[in-house]
Design a protein around this ligand. Structure first.
Ligand code: GRF
Length: 216
């Protein structure tokens, strides 16, 4: 069983999707062993506690440098014997030291089809507002591994969601979460824990895909 550590900052609906999937037996080969929050008042902490999962709060402002924060986070992850780190609405920057040590073992969920509406400053409601302003007919969500480029790591799973007439940023956000995020994140986590993901350059292959491609 791999140890999954989930990092959160807010409401924690993606964490809840993971907890529910685990309860249904849909996270094969892994268990959520710890939740780390960047905010003491995040509702995600309540969700974790209700599910009997250990929690910790680690606030960036308690540290006077990125390096000191990264060391503390690395220590937390080592304490939990983390095999996989999942950023589920985590709003604090993770430094290169952490990324290097957990290369292709940190995944993030982003509420658009990367590379659209992503990168620095694109988070929360702004993403959905920009999708509507651009007149997009399709948006979606992406789960990707985290590398040194903001939202630039290898893409694991994506799912498209239709934009509807009359959508507001709020209705679109809700539909993207329901139809894409809450499904994709548990799927990606399970694939990882089953050992079915292989990363080659910027591409992520699911089990056997790479073999098939190589043999063509
Ligand atoms: C989600 O939209 C996610 O894509 C983004 O932040 C939001 C987190 O929501 N990274 P929640 O805390 O999981 O409810």
């Amino acid at each position: 069983m791999l140890n999954i550590v989930v990092l959160v900052s807010g409401g924690g609906t993606n964490l809840q999707a993971l907890i529910d999937a685990e309860k249904r037996g849909e996270i094969k080969g892994g268990r959520i062993c710890s939740v780390i929050s960047s905010r003491p008042d995040a509702f995600a902490l309540t969700r974790a506690t209700q599910a009997g999962i250990a929690t910790r709060v680690l606030q960036r402002r308690e540290f006077n440098s990125q390096g000191a924060y990264d060391d503390a986070l690395l220590q937390c992850l080592a304490d939990c014997k983390a095999d996989l780190v999942v950023l589920a609405g985590f709003m604090t920057i993770i430094g290169d030291k952490v990324i290097a040590q957990y290369r292709n073992r940190i995944m993030n969920i982003h509420p658009s089809l990367i590379p659209c509406f992503c990168g620095e400053g694109y988070y929360g409601m702004k993403v959905h507002r920009c999708v509507l302003e651009r007149g997009m007919q399709v948006t979606g969500a992406t789960v990707h591994f985290v590398n040194e480029v903001c939202d630039g790591g290898p893409i694991i799973l994506q799912k498209a969601v239709a934009v509807r007439d009359g959508d507001t940023p709020e209705t679109l956000q809700q539909r993207v979460m329901e139809e894409a995020e809450w499904q994709l994140l548990p799927q990606a986590v399970s694939l990882f824990c089953e050992g079915k993901l292989t990363v080659s350059g910027n591409r992520v292959y699911q089990q056997d895909e790479k073999q098939q491609e190589d043999s063509v």
